[in-house]
Design a protein around this ligand. Structure first.
Ligand code: ATP
Ligand code: FE
Length: 357
């Protein structure tokens, strides 16, 4: 069974072809963060217009790269939510029209479920349920307990900003260079350069919400802004690299602390968890992977798993894979389906399974 999947929930326009034997036939990602980062985050209208411009060519490219025709496709999947409503409508309308015109079955996918299930595509033996899933991305910072392909319970989420959007802002405030890969990899590379910190002040970021199973990133963000302001602007900051490293370490230490609390919660509530799955754009950070691996090594039997970096950030391969179990069960959506911008990961089934007839 071969799926053509389309994704436009945030700032990347993506299309991919994947089949039920896990073969990835094509994976097209058109990034547009250069349009947004300088403006302090994704601009919904700008993003929607870019998706409208880029979507037809992205879909065409996904078929061309796979060397396939639309007739070779068995089902069409798209990201139904969560995301920006105007952005979601671009992939939704493209998918519905393609499916209706070519008489193909259609499936709308939950974007965060797709991030969570990516390892089920990439690993020959994916982690069994229950497992803990750390979703760290541009719009989310969550720890969820996954008990099946469609059952997720949120144990921790952010009270304010996500880790990814905070990283993007901090890269702008610190004026750190970044390439076509985006601001997140820019911060990672800047901090990892083998240059020692200069002489200067040592920076001590705050550690928010101690002891609570919840995230907060706005305090870290405003601490950084205040530090730069107190120095009289970014050009006067002594030892900028030390400041960047202090921020990145604090952002990751916050994840670590909450992951440990969540594992404790699982133990106290008789959830036999032996795997932590990590996904979303921030999960592509090598330092974070290393830190969490070390942190989990203190447990007897606890494994950290994650997809390759390119499949941690947004892509349509994960959308195709998260739709596969429904296509194979012949559980399709109607051509009248609409996007769900605020779709909660705990409510996947109530919007998916068709009532028995
Ligand atoms: P969501 O999945 O919550 O809807 P999104 O789809 O916009 O949001 P992703 O594409 O999954 O987000 O992730 C993008 C985020 O990941 C950005 O904020 C980016 O800065 C961050 N990111 C990407 N690569 C890295 C990296 N190497 N280190 C740190 N952060 C990174
Ligand atoms: Fe995402």
């Amino acid at each position: 069974f071969r799926v053509l999947a389309i994704e436009s929930s945030a700032d990347d326009t993506c299309a991919a072809v994947v089949d039920a034997s896990r073969r990835v036939w094509s994976n097209v990602v058109v990034k547009q963060h250069h349009l947004h980062v300088a403006n302090g985050g994704i601009q919904p209208l700008v993003a929607m217009l870019a998706h409208q411009r880029n979507m037809p060519a992205a879909v065409k490219q996904a078929l061309t790269d796979a060397n396939l025709d639309i007739a070779d496709i068995d089902g069409i999947a798209f990201t139904r939510g969560p995301g920006l409503s105007g952005c979601l409508s671009v992939a939704c309308n493209a998918a519905k029209t393609l499916a209706a015109v070519h008489n193909k079955p259609l499936v709308g996918v939950h974007h965060m479920q797709a991030h969570a299930l990516t390892v089920h595509l990439t690993m020959p033996s994916p982690p069994p349920f229950p497992c803990l899933t750390l979703l760290v991305s541009g719009g989310h910072t969550m720890i969820v307990l996954a008990t099946s392909l469609v059952d997720f319970r949120i144990l921790a989420t952010t009270a304010d900003k996500s880790i990814g959007s905070t990283i993007d802002r901090v890269v702008t405030i610190l004026n750190i260079p970044w390439s076509e890969l985006g601001p997140g990899p820019g911060l990672e590379a800047y901090c990892a350069e083998p240059v020692p910190d200069e002489e200067g002040p040592s920076y001590e970021p705050p550690m928010p919400m101690p002891g609570k199973l919840a995230f907060s990133y706005s305090g870290l963000h405003s601490w950084l802004e205040r530090t730069v302001h107190a120095a009289g602007g970014i050009e006067n900051v002594v030892n900028k690299r030390a400041l960047a490293r202090a921020f990145q370490n604090a952002a990751f230490a916050h994840l670590e602390a909450k992951l440990l609390l969540a594992l404790k919660w699982c133990k106290n509530n008789d959830h036999d968890v032996h795997h932590v799955v990590m996904s979303g754009g921030v999960a592509s950070n090598q330092l974070l992977r290393q830190r969490l691996k070390t942190c989990l090594s203190r447990f007897d039997s606890m494994e950290l798993v994650f997809p390759e970096p390119a499949l941690c950030t947004d892509n349509a391969v994960m959308i195709a894979w998260a739709s596969m179990h429904r296509f194979l069960a012949k559980d399709h959506d109607s051509y009248e389906i609409h996007p769900l911008p605020g779709w909660n990961i705990e409510d996947i089934q109530s919007h998916q399974s068709r009532p028995p007839n």
